[in-house]
Design a protein around this ligand. Structure first.
Ligand code: UD1
Ligand code: MG
Length: 451
């Protein structure tokens, strides 16, 4: 069924005082992206023809985040935080200019999904002028209660502070998002007053007002996660947990083995191929793509990295931005890789730093090898040719190139380029003095006796 074009108004101007943060509430993160970012992505995915954002004066970071997510987004300022209805009215020019449905979302409700918004719009197709998103949380505290008549139509939403003891027992709560198919929506919202326990202009009062004007209001019921509103750090952690559960379930459904799902942490954009196996305690920061048949052993941290088919990572590996592991490459315990490519079959199995480099196919980086990439001012590159062998505990002082098939003796400090297929070794001459230690001990023991 085709719907009228959709304007989505996202409210982000609230004070968020319970976060106790110098950062605006809606910029706090879930799964590696701000709550605002999640909500704008959902609004976009829901097919919004236009998105309007309401911010408080001076929220430059909020504006910047929104403009990054949705270039050209219409941004409005709510001068004082006088309530959710007042916030929507800050976007009155966009609402008045729009022909179609209007949906209001809260930027502090990050887990709402596009299909939930679609369900709310479908409720409008049943002839309702207003649709609200209801849900049944385990803990009702702080939520507005959705009051219904005998037909199941909504008569009012009562904020907890204003509810009677009987109304407080109602389990159906307001998730916050509301959709409208109303001519003169701005006038309806302007009719809302602030005669309530908080002295705020409640968007939720639009329900009783619409009813009074003979319009139907109906509820779309969503899941608890969809509706989770974040007003405190505790709720932020609860929303993160719910996000992670969703991400883990999706990964497993798509063919990934999670040995201990509850210990693996994903970002909003983590991409995983089939038959990937992930052991316990692995964290994916944003920007990671993992191809098929990759194994990630326990205790790894991975950020902005590409891991190609059949590669093996960890245990205890750290892949930083720009790490690109080729097919079948191995990166083992206590190895850090940053802005470096390991070509197919290359291996760095133990205790190394590989930064700003390129390691050719099938090259072997021995234990304790360090790419000395930084001189205190600039970063320099290290290039290792294909099939090269770097002996353990070598320092490669960049910029430096080790040719294809070359061999670096263990413990070397390499400061010049090395020709293909040559041996390079930088070491003080080895000296062995047979019997020296025995004589030394005898001499020391004699002296001790004499004293
Ligand atoms: C709101 C609902 C409540 C619902 C709950 C769900 C109202 C009156 N109450 O309460 O029924 O159960 O969400 O989480 O709508 N905002 C502004 N300007 C303001 C006030 C708020 O932009 O002046 C924004 C906030 O940034 C936030 C959203 O609106 O994104 C909701 O505001 P908040 O203060 O968190 O409302 P709740 O008390 O959670
Ligand atoms: Mg809230």
């Amino acid at each position: 069924m085709s719907h009228p074009p959709l304007l989505i108004v996202v409210l982000a101007a609230g004070k968020g005082v319970r976060m106790r943060s110098s950062r605006p509430k809606v910029l706090h993160g879930i799964g590696g992206r701000s709550m605002l970012g999640h909500v704008l992505a959902t609004a976009t995915a829901a097919g919004a023809a236009k998105i309007a954002l309401v911010v408080a004066p001076g929220q430059e970071q909020v504006r910047a985040e929104a403009e990054k997510m949705v270039p050209g987004i219409a941004i409005f300022e709510q001068q004082t935080q006088a309530g959710t209805a007042d916030a929507v009215l800050a976007a009155a020019p966009a609402i008045a200019a729009h022909q179609g449905d209007t949906l209001v979302m809260f930027a502090d409700t990050p887990l709402i999904r596009p299909e939930t918004l679609a369900a709310m719009v479908s409720v409008l197709d049943t002839g309702a002028a207003v649709s609200v998103l209801g849900f049944e949380p385990a803990d009702l505290t702080g939520y507005g209660r959705v009051l219904c008549d005998a037909n199941g139509d909504v008569t009012a939403i009562r904020e907890q502070k204003d509810a009677s003891p009987a109304e407080r027992t109602v389990r159906l709560c307001n998730a916050g998002a509301m959709a409208f198919r109303v001519d003169g929506l701005v006038d309806l919202l302007k009719a809302i007053d602030n005669k309530n326990a908080s002295a705020e202009y409640y968007l939720t009062d639009a329900v009783a007002l619409a009813r009074a004007r003979g319009k139907a209001v109906r509820v779309a019921v969503g899941s608890v996660e969809d509706a989770m509103g974040v007003n405190s750090r505790l709720q932020l952690a609860e929303a993160e947990a719910a996000f992670q559960q969703r991400a883990r379930r999706r990964a497993m459904e798509e063919g990934v083995t999670l040995v201990a799902p509850e210990t693996v942490w994903f970002s909003y954009d983590t991409k995983l191929g089939r038959d990937v196996v992930i052991e316990p305690n692995v964290v994916f920061a944003p920007g990671v793509t993992v191809d098929d048949d990759v194994t990630i052993l326990a205790h790894c941290h991975i950020a902005s990295a590409r891991i190609r088919q059949g590669a093996r990572v960890g245990p205890f590996a750290r892949l930083r931005p720009g790490a690109d592991l080729g097919e079948g490459a191995h990166v083992g315990n206590f190895v850090e890789v940053k802005a470096a490519v390991l070509e197919k079959g290359a291996k760095a199995n133990h205790l190394s730093y590989i930064g700003d480099g390129h390691v050719g196919a099938d090259a072997n980086i021995g234990a304790g090898t360090i790419f000395c990439n930084y001189d205190g001012f600039d970063k320099h590159r290290t290039i290792i040719g294909k099939g090269a062998f770097v002996g353990s505990n070598s320092s490669l002082v960049a910029p430096v190139t080790i040719g294809d098939g070359a061999y670096v003796g263990s413990g070397s400090v390499i400061t010049r380029n090395v020709e293909p297929d040559s041996l390079v070794v930088e070491r003080a001459p080895l000296e062995v003095r047979p019997g020296w230690a025995a004589k030394f001990r005898q001499m020391k023991q004699r002296r001790k006796k004499r004293a």
